[in-house]
Unconditional design. Structure first.
Length: 67
């Protein structure tokens, strides 16, 4: 699964994002609108982790998605 597919189908992936990172609000997910850098930033802020850790989590999540 590549990020272009995730961004293009954000409405479907939003639920999976909420499952993985439950601290993110629906409004935050709507504003992210499939933008990877915004997702990373929101995870970083919501969980109080480094940008590198947030990038790692998003990368792991992305690799585990089924095509």
């Amino acid at each position: 699964m590549n990020w272009d597919q995730i961004e293009g189908n954000w409405k479907q992936f939003k639920g999976k994002v909420k499952e993985q990172w439950g601290e993110l609000t629906d409004d935050e997910c709507d504003k992210i609108a499939g933008k990877r850098d915004q997702l990373v930033g929101n995870i970083q802020k919501s969980y109080g982790i480094s940008r590198e850790e947030a990038e790692k989590q998003v990368g792991d999540w992305e690799r585990n998605l089924k095509d």
